[in-house]
Design a protein around this ligand. Structure first.
Ligand code: AHR
Length: 510
């Protein structure tokens, strides 16, 4: 049995929980859109072709904001192809994923789906093959109320009311040599600055995300952020970061400590943005949009379902990177969310990539069922329970050593305090593969707590750490965390080996 003592103090806060950190991502890639959220003819499809069964799971998951339409896809996409009468829309070759894009789904269809799902749209513009002109025209089309060529065209295409999209990404992963329209930091910085300026001339109320590094191992990481922000600091509000993680060579111990890397990555991007701020004598602060993150098993580019596989036949919505997530992945996803939440003073937007089928918490089959993957649960529970203020817990945990990240706490914690609801929410991972963790939580500045709810995700009976969910067989999910209680004013928890838990405490203000 390992041990941890956690202290949460009412006055040790990071700031309000930014609601956009519970974001997701829908890309025209694989089966995320087609046969994912949209499948006309499916028994569950509504009159617009949206899958009701998927929509129900999306509502249960609860993303607040959804990035669209890519991803690598956006860097070769003409937004105009996706509007107007469907039968007149062109079939195109999408070079990013070697896929035939029918354009049966475009901006109007996404906006209609987003309304039903209750999510904010985060729209990406193409700064790969296109530039300033297409970007500002898309803002006019989407946001201008009427009386101009493009806003009137939107009305004729079925949406007299503007979409009112506030949040815009200035391209995608343009630091990556794989990206269509890959750029140097100097080239991208200038383009982002000019696109941002022209987009704001059309709608001054929009918020803009500059492209940061595709991952922290990029050779240009650091230099990219510094140069891009040095150029475009005044014009943008956020810098993006992307990170995908996987278990390597069966080293679960290191994989479970991945959030240490996330902490380091976030802090490095924030420090770089602040260095530009100091050097440029800027007063505003650039925040972080962590707009792609997840576990992703990158199997090698020669395999059939992999990206950039040009030898694959051209097809509509091929099955791409439909990773099946296990218990270990779910615990890691929980800790990645802890890291994002703990940094909520700098990370104001975060999007798990992606929403359906493509490295996703929700899976669906063409003509068949939809179901929740293991990683659905930490997201859904934290989205529901992490409200109010982020607390900065002090954690004294037994530690273990990892090959990739050095020593790590066995118990990883994040916490929030919602004064209105009278609730402290605790999110806890036990990274120990064999041992349960005995956790004592001391509360300061709160009245006597009671445990309002306590749930855990762990290895299901008869399963192991690699157990996954299948259609009609969701073995990995939440169940009651036994034995959670209060003793001598302290909360006592026993976390099973390899587990992620969420505990709600009812507290009065002291
Ligand atoms: O989410 C899958 C892909 O990962 C995105 O298209 C791209 O931006 C990233 O490399």
């Amino acid at each position: 049995m390992s041990r941890a003592i956690v202290t949460v103090d009412r006055d040790f806060t990071v700031g309000p929980v930014p609601h956009r950190i519970f974001g997701s991502f829908v890309e025209h890639m694989g089966r995320c859109v087609y046969t994912g959220i949209f499948e006309p003819g499916h028994p569950e499809a509504d009159e617009n072709g949206y899958r009701r069964d998927v929509l129900e799971l999306v509502r249960e998951l609860g993303p607040t904001v959804v990035r669209y339409p890519g991803g690598n896809f956006v860097s070769g996409y003409n937004w105009e192809d996706g509007v107007g009468p469907v039968e007149q829309r062109p079939r195109r070759l999408d070079g990013a994923w070697h896929t035939v894009e029918t354009n049966a789904f475009g901006l109007h269809e996404f906006a209609g789906w987003a309304r039903l799902a209750g999510v904010e749209i985060m729209e990406a513009v193409n700064l790969g093959t296109r530039g300033v002109d297409a970007a500002r025209e898309l803002v006019e089309y989407a946001n201008h109320p009427g009386g101009s060529h493009l806003s009137d065209l939107r009305a004729r295409n079925g949406s007299p009311d503007p979409f009112g999209i506030k949040l815009w990404c200035l391209g995608n992963e343009l630091d990556g040599p794989w990206q269509i329209g890959h750029k140097t930091p100097a080239e991208y910085g200038r383009l982002a600055q000019e696109a941002a300026k022209a987009m704001r001339y059309v709608d001054p109320d929009i918020e803009l995300v500059a492209v940061g590094s595709s991952n922290s191992r990029m050779p240009t990481f650091g230099q990219w952020e510094y140069e891009v922000l040095s150029q475009a600091y005044d014009e943008v509000d956020y810098i993006s970061m992307h990170a995908y993680y996987q278990e390597e060579n069966g080293d679960a111990a290191s994989f479970l400590a991945t959030a240490l890397d996330t902490d380091h990555f976030i802090e490095s991007v924030a420090a770089t943005a602040d260095a530009v701020r100091a050097r440029g004598k800027h007063s505003k602060r650039i925040h972080i949009s962590f707009d792609e993150w997840n576990v992703w098993y990158q199997r090698g580019l020669d395999t059939e379902d992999q990206p950039h596989n040009v030898s694959r036949a051209w097809r509509e919505h091929p099955r791409l990177i439909e990773d099946e997530y296990n218990v270990t992945d779910a615990v890691v996803v929980g800790t990645l969310l802890h890291s994002i939440l703990r940094h909520g003073d700098r990370v104001k937007i975060a999007n798990q990539a992606q929403l359906v089928n493509v490295i996703a918490p929700i899976r669906s089959e063409e003509g068949g069922p939809a179901w929740r993957q293991s990683i659905f649960w930490p997201f859904a529970r934290m989205r529901a329970l992490a409200t109010g203020e982020i607390l900065r817990p002090a954690v004294r945990s037994d530690r273990y050593s990892t090959a990739r990240f050095g020593d790590a706490d066995l118990v990883d914690v994040a916490a929030t305090w919602d004064e209105e609801r009278g609730r402290v929410a605790l999110f806890l991972a036990n990274r120990g593969l064999e041992e349960a963790a005995d956790v004592q939580v001391d509360l300061r500045g709160f009245g006597e707590p009671t445990v309002a709810s306590a749930e855990v995700l762990t290895i299901p009976e008869g399963g192991d750490r690699l157990t996954t969910n299948r259609a009609g067989e969701e073995r990995v999910g939440m169940r009651a965390l036994e034995g959670a209680g209060v003793q001598d004013g302290a909360v006592r928890l026993s976390l099973p080996p390899l587990s992620w838990s969420c505990v709600e405490l009812a507290v009065a203000r002291a």
